[in-house]
Design a protein around this ligand. Structure first.
Ligand code: ZN
Length: 172
């Protein structure tokens, strides 16, 4: 396994639409292993492949808070089958939008069909944080970030802050 570099906003790659994979083979599993390690290293609970610069419809997640009891989840070619009309609000952040947080409304429950780590077809009924996290990560596959749900003004303030940080870093 290897830790990969997480791309941060603003970056055009994050706006790219990711493509489905043909199945789960060695290459996909290696990518998922790397993504999981990268996510744990960055203290995240979810990561989409595009966040490490790979435009494939692959997501890894672990919403268990317990360090000793890891519960990695893998979603390949995920498709949302059903969304609850009821909304839930969570304060969201994103490894690609560092140190920025905002309350976002999303459907409180969803059903997602996907291939797992072994390439087997699965259907998951998710609610709570899991439902929010799945929808946040699946947005990445469409080139959407959580800040896109904010007002134009709020979003531009955040992007400005992030761009500033980037340019300072480049001076070193
Ligand atoms: Zn994210």
């Amino acid at each position: 396994m290897a830790i990969r570099t997480i791309i941060t906003e603003p970056n055009k790659l994050l706006r790219q639409i990711s493509q489905p994979v043909n199945g789960v083979g060695k290459e996909e599993r290696k990518l998922m292993d790397d993504m999981l390690e990268t996510m744990y290293d960055a203290n995240g609970i979810g990561l989409a492949a595009i966040q490490v610069g790979v435009p494939k419809r692959i997501i890894v997640m672990d919403i268990s808070k317990d360090e000793n009891k890891k519960e990695p989840r893998y979603f390949v070619n995920p498709v949302i089958k059903n969304k609850d009309p009821e909304k839930a609000t969570y304060e969201e952040g994103c490894l690609s939008v560092p140190n920025q947080f905002a309350e976002i409304d999303r459907p409180s429950k969803c059903e997602v069909e996907y291939l797992d780590y072994d390439g087997e077809k699965k259907l998951l009924k998710a609610d709570g944080l899991l439902a929010t996290c799945i929808q946040h990560e699946m947005d990445h596959l469409e080139g959407i970030l959580f800040i896109d749900y904010l007002s134009k003004l709020k979003r531009s303030i955040i992007i400005k802050k992030l761009s500033k940080k980037k340019s300072t870093a480049a001076v070193l």
